[in-house]
Each structure stands twice: as C-alpha cells, then as structure tokens.
Design a protein around this ligand. Structure first.
Ligand SMILES: Cc1ncc(COP(=O)(O)O)c(C=O)c1O
Length: 472
C-alpha cells in the first residue's frame, strides 16, 4: 500500500518535471524570436491566477498547467538577447542546470554540517571568484540575494570594524551613544548604498556626498578635502563604485583608496556589475587598485549570467564579517570553523554557490573574460551605430556595458523609450542623468549578438522616425 502511494507521488512528480522541461525547451528555443515585452499586465495575471483558495487539493500537473496559463503571458523575456533594461544578466546553460539541482536538493546552506555539498561548492566558487576578481585570497565570501544585500553585508562588517577600532562593540551595544561614524559616498553612488545605510542605522541622510566628474567618478581631491574635515579621527567608511549605473564609469580606485586609507577609513567598493572588468585582461585597468579596498559587493546574476538571485559579499578581514554576521545556537551543529551563515545576514538560505561554481567551471577563466569583453563590444556597437544618427547623442563615455542615449529633446527621448517598450523588439529603460532624459542600454546578457544589437537599433530608428514625424 505504502509502495503504491509512493509510486503515485513519483509518477506525479515525473509528470510535473517533464511538463516543466518541455516548457523550458520551448521558452529557450523561442527566446531569440519572441517579443521581449509581456502580453498580459499585472491585473490580468492576478485575475487569471486568483479567486478563492480552494479547500481541496489539486493535481500537481494541473496546478502547473494553471500557473503556465496564468503567469506565462505576464513574463517579460528578461533572458532574451534583446533585453537591455536596468542591469539584468542572462542565464548560462550550466548555471540553469545547477539552479534546478539547487531546488532539487533543497539544501539549507547555513551550516557546514547542514550541507557539505553546498558549503564545499561555495568554498570552491568563493576561491575562484577571488582569483578571477583579483581580490585577496584570504577574504570571506558570502552568497546573498543580490548587490543590495552584498552592499548591506559588507557595510555591516565595515560598521563593526570601524567602531571596534575606536573602542565600541556595535554588535553588543548597538548605535545608541556610539562614537561618531562618518560615511562618505560618491554623489552618483547606487541607491542601494543609501538603503544599506538606512538599514544599518547609519542614516542615508548623514552620508557626506563627494563631488564627481562628468562620468560620475569620485574626484580624489574632493574626497581628500572631505576626509580632512573634523572630526578627523571619527570612525570612517568610504564607499566607492565599480560601474556607474548610467555611465558604467569606475572610480579612480588607486588614488581614492590611498587617500581614504591614509585617513584610517574602511573602503567599500560597490561593484555589482563592474567588478567583473577584473576578469578581462583588456578591461582590467578599469579596476586597477580596487583590490586594496576592504570590502567589495558584486552580483553573479548580472555580469556572470547566473539566474536570480545571486549576489556576493566579499570582505578582506574575514573576522569582521564573521563578527558582524555570526550566530551560535545550541541546537545547531557547529565547531570552531566559521559557518556559511557567518558570512551573510540570512540564517537559512538557498545554496547559491552551485550556480556560481557551474558558471565559472563551464566558461573557464578565458571564457569569463571573453563573455565580459563581448558585452562591452556589443555596448560599443550600440554607441557606434546610434551615435552616427542625426540628432542622436551618446551621453556617456562607453567604457563598459552601459550606454546612455539622447534622441534630442527630452520629450522625444521619453516617447521613444515608451514606444520601444510597447513595440517589444527590445527592452531598454528610460532615466534622467545629469538633468537630461536618456534611454539606458545595459548589455549584460551573454546571448546578445551583433545581430541583436542591429535589430534593436533598427527598431529604435523606426520608432524615432515615427516620433519625430508626430512630436517634432
Ligand atoms: C552599482 C549597483 N549597485 C547595486 C545594485 C543592486 O543590485 P541588486 O539589484 O542585485 O540588489 C545595482 C543594480 O543594478 C547596481 O547597478
């Protein structure tokens, strides 16, 4: 009897997985040709999936069919080679396979003892990452949900370390009554630095903004001047950036870090997508000196093309991260070695190392470099083709994967952006940078070919002509 119940469960599971595999193959096969935009809006998806929750159980395969019918029309083809919105990576084949295995094995990656598989893969993936990114080999590496949480995690370690240096134990005593903490940030830091400061009780509004140049890079002299202000002996954190979300620009690390360290500051680098320049011999000069920082945040779900969610927090002084994040409890199985949970804010979590391991293992060192070089080459192709059009301006220096385009008057750029999203040939997102409306193009998907760039440019030209004819 028990056997036949088990067999029924296995058969149901097989039917579900086979259906999902068929869907996956269809989805992947159609990615290059399908429109990038969704066919259904939020309300339509919710209406199809909604209604009162039934009292009775449903057949798992029927549930999956229902989910496909209700949600798939609302899927934006983010892994499409013509998706250039925000900064969204694609998915490498080995990483997708590893992601499926991550769900299949359903490991809680918090403890060394809870999953040797997860902890072992993370150890190797972490070592490979440090090697590829040119960062100190003894750093602690934490696998978090994304760049935001990587910034938060690194800054928690920074908060612990800079306050400890002035004799304050923030883990025990919190922030009430603590010595002054100064946080200096570039004027064009990513918004998640502010959110991290809010969550850490350091206050986004108290951060001292450092002047930046035309490309959004911190001006070293301005940093030096700000650091020289009183209280010069305050616990100090400086946040720099590898990859400005508009221009793709990199802060002048060597100079800025030397200045910050001269003033005893902890230097954090937000390199959500840009830190990957380190993997390419051609692009490496962009991050020269970044290895001297104290902590680095990056994402695997952006430039490395691993599926969501996958961010990486790296801290050179492993002890400060372990002190900020470590948890001990009698019912856990722990020894003197730091557990994976001592590197991340989560207690229980997904085993994110498998996908990173698989992505790096499948591409190899040269493959990662070639992928990153390819993204930059496609970004430059966008800039070359669009920049030659009458009345179209590439607003940033295209040094990495980001391109900002103006189609003339702000109203025209805004309308081109709006119509492109409706058109569905490609997905790019509008923004405002340095007081101008721009269309942002972020090339982050390994699948994007020159032909995808050309098809997207052709769509933009077609839309621009129509807009100019109507709007002028
Ligand atoms: C520079 C930078 N930092 C942080 C983030 C936040 O990363 P995530 O969305 O993975 O949390 C981003 C996202 O684009 C980014 O570009």
């Amino acid at each position: 009897m028990a056997e036949s119940v088990d067999q029924q469960g296995v058969d149901q599971q097989r039917a579900v997985l086979e259906r999902v595999l068929a869907e996956a193959l269809d989805f992947l096969g159609g990615l290059a040709s399908r429109p990038v935009n969704a066919r259904a809006d939020v309300d339509e998806v919710a209406a199809t999936l909604g209604g009162p929750l039934p009292d009775d159980a449903s057949d798992p395969l029927a549930v999956i069919e229902e989910l496909l019918a209700g949600a798939e029309p609302g899927v934006v083809a983010m892994p499409s080679p013509r998706f250039f919105g925000w900064v969204i990576g694609g998915v490498l084949p080995a990483a997708l396979g590893a992601d499926w295995l991550t769900s299949l094995w359903d490991q809680n990656a918090g403890l060394l003892a809870s999953s040797p598989a997860a902890a072992g893969a993370e150890r190797v993936a972490g070592d490979w990452l440090l090697d590829m990114l040119g960062l100190p080999a003894e750093s602690a590496v934490g696998f978090v949900t994304g760049g935001m949480m990587a910034n938060f995690t690194c800054l928690a370690a920074a908060r612990d370390a800079v306050l400890r240096r002035v004799g304050w134990d923030v883990e025990a005593d919190g922030l009430l009554g603590c010595p002054p903490v100064r946080v200096l940030v570039g004027r064009e830091r990513h918004d998640t630095i502010d959110l991290s400061l809010r969550l850490l009780g350091l206050g986004a509004g108290r951060a001292i903004e450092i002047e930046v140049d035309q490309q959004g890079r911190v001006v070293p002299a301005a940093l030096a001047a700000a650091l020289a202000q009183e209280p010069a002996d305050a616990a100090t954190i400086v946040c720099l950036q590898a990859g400005n979300v508009h221009s793709g620009a990199f802060d002048p690390f060597r100079e800025a870090i030397a200045i910050a360290h001269h003033h005893g500051a902890w230097v954090h680098v937000d390199g959500a997508f840009g830190l990957w320049a380190a993997t390419s011999p051609r692009l490496r000069p962009l991050v020269a000196g970044a290895e001297h920082a104290d902590s680095w945040a990056t994402d695997a779900h952006k430039t490395l093309n691993v599926p969501y969610d996958n961010g990486i927090a790296i801290v050179a002084d492993a002890a400060s991260l372990h002190t900020a994040m470590g948890v001990h409890a009698a019912y856990l199985i722990q020894d003197s070695r730091p557990d994976p949970m001592a590197t991340v804010p989560e207690f229980s979590r997904r085993a994110r190392g498998f996908t990173v391991w698989a992505a790096l293992r499948s591409l190899g060192r040269d493959g990662v470099a070639a992928m990153v070089d390819g993204l930059v080459a496609r970004a430059q192709r966008f800039a070359d083709r669009l920049g030659r059009l009458d009345g179209v301006e590439i607003v940033n220096d295209v040094v990495f994967t980001q391109v900002c385009v103006s189609f003339g008057p702000d109203a025209v750029t805004r309308e081109v952006a709006r119509r492109l999203l409706v058109d569905g040939t490609a997905w790019m997102t509008p923004s405002t940078w340095h007081g101008r409306v721009v269309l942002r193009i972020s090339v982050s998907n390994h699948r994007t070919t020159d032909a995808d760039v050309d098809a997207s440019v052709d769509a933009l030209i077609r839309i621009l002509k129509a807009v100019r004819a109507e709007v002028g």
